[in-house]
Design a protein around this ligand. Structure first.
Ligand SMILES: Cc1cc2nc3c(=O)[nH]c(=O)nc-3n(C[C@H](O)[C@H](O)[C@H](O)COP(=O)(O)OP(=O)(O)OC[C@H]3O[C@@H](n4cnc5c(N)ncnc54)[C@H](O)[C@@H]3O)c2cc1C
Length: 408
């Protein structure tokens, strides 16, 4: 297979004074942009990736850590899962908990597939390595990125390089993979664009700690003090989260306070949480947004550029992967004169996005606490139904482990 061969070089862009000519200009070197350029390269389509951050920054970013079965299979099919298969932690399911009770849901028993714990940082490293092996044109530290002429079949992207020189990539297609703060979606004319948004009334305080996980699989806990989660990145690194008010000042949370709150919220008889040195902590707002359509003319959107989900359902990274898995063959066909898949992309992708938006909302509202006693009773009833009814458990398992790529 060409994408794994060490001597394989993808078709290179043609350079001209102040710019490049390529088939697909990709804005953003997150998982969506990097994987898209890999999938296109495997199909013989050349691309240029423009990224505003440095390579070091991109490689160090700590974010998601759960891969659905569908994502792993896709990565495997394009030669990107060697390290993942060696180093990821396959999990059969998760624990759901509320005061006094912890229940295991076995996804493999319920729906025949599990999940993989593998940090987004590791996946990004694999993608960057693969891009470098293929001789991919990747321009880091650009500013002022702007798509142009997306209503024509000769769109372009202008930018300023790290030395302050203006640059231009002329392409047949532009793909905005520039995350939730990137400029691409604004390029869709306002009268054609719609955004649906939800700001959740809580945030997550996330920590990374150099300590072996105190659990074999993820724990999702609903507690009167707020939601807590015990996840992990490896046998020696734990990832933990606490529900906090939006806009919470991280300085108010000493390491001791964090471990005490985690110990209280995750407490269950016969189990102890082992604390350890915290190496990173940050507050993540809980927001949902979808922008559509995900295609306008020769501009396509993928990943966080088009949608954000609250992290409770572990869907952000997986949705980015699913988008580009659907988009790569559509763009490839479009460049060969077949419009059909490209015409369907926005609808196919949006269907999956809204399914994941619903699941993320469902998990979030089941597990996060507010001050409404009625909501509390409803949440407890929902949790009991999920662990006591096979239909309830199966619904959670089916969504958590991921849908097939056509959204079914
Ligand atoms: C702080 C944080 C924590 C998260 N934690 C979790 C989690 O615990 N669990 C979970 O499931 N999901 C989590 N997510 C979501 C998940 O990480 C994202 O869904 C995933 O990264 C989406 O990939 P992407 O490639 O679409 O976007 P991104 O990873 O955001 O990549 C976009 C890229 O575009 C670049 N870019 C932006 N603007 C420009 C520009 N103008 N020009 C060129 N390049 C540009 C950015 O630098 C970035 O490299 C988290 C997200 C954030 C921001």
């Amino acid at each position: 297979m060409p994408v794994t061969g060490s001597t394989w070089r993808e078709p290179a862009p043609v350079y001209f004074y102040g710019g490049m000519r390529t088939q697909v200009a990709i804005i953003g070197a997150g998982p969506a942009g990097l994987l898209l350029s890999h999938l296109l390269g495997a199909a013989g389509v050349e691309s240029v990736v423009l990224e505003t951050r440095s390579q070091e920054y991109v490689l160090a970013r700590i974010r998601a850590g759960i891969l659905e079965d569908t994502s792993v299979r896709l990565l495997e099919s394009v030669g990107l899962a060697d390290r993942l298969r060696r180093e990821s932690m396959p999990h059969r399911g998760i624990y759901l908990q509320w005061p006094g009770e912890r229940h295991h849901l076995d996804f493999v028993d319920l729906v025949g597939r599990g999940i993989h714990v593998y940090g987004q940082t590791d996946l990004t490293r694999d993608l960057v390595d693969a891009r470098e092996r293929a001789g991919q044109a990747l321009v880091y530290e650009v500013t002022g990125t702007a798509p142009h002429d997306i209503d024509t079949d000769r769109p372009s992207v202008t930018y300023v390089d790290r030395d302050g020189n203006p640059g231009r990539v002329e392409a047949d297609v532009v793909v905005g993979c520039d995350g939730s703060f990137g400029p691409s979606r604004q390029a869709i004319p306002e009268d054609r664009r719609r955004t649906w948004e939800r700001a959740y009334p809580y945030a997550w305080l996330g920590v990374l700690a150099d300590v072996a996980p105190s659990t074999d699989e993820l724990i999702y806990a609903r507690h009167p003090d707020g939601f807590a989660m015990h996840s992990m990145r490896s046998d020696t690194v734990s990832r933990l989260y606490l529900q906090v008010p939006p806009g919470e000042d991280i300085a108010a949370w000493s390491d001791d306070r964090i471990w005490t709150a985690l110990g209280t919220r995750l407490d269950v008889d016969g189990w102890t949480l082992t604390p350890g040195p915290i190496t990173e902590k940050s507050v993540l707002p809980m927001r949902a947004a979808v922008t559509g359509p995900m295609r306008h003319g020769r501009l396509f959107l993928a990943g966080d550029a088009a949608h954000i989900v609250p992290p409770t359902g572990a869907k952000g990274l997986n949705l980015a992967i699913a988008d580009v898995a659907v988009l790569a063959p559509a763009v490839t066909a479009l460049l060969r004169g077949d419009e059909r898949l490209a015409a369907e992309y926005a609808t196919t992708a949006a269907r999956r996005v809204w399914r994941c938006q619903h699941f993320s909302w469902w998990m979030t509202t089941m597990l996060h606490t507010g001050d409404d006693p009625f909501d509390e009773q409803v949440q407890l009833a929902q949790l009991r139904w999920v662990v006591e009814s096979e239909a309830g458990a199966r619904g959670l398992a089916e969504n958590y482990t991921g849908l097939t790529l056509d959204g079914a």
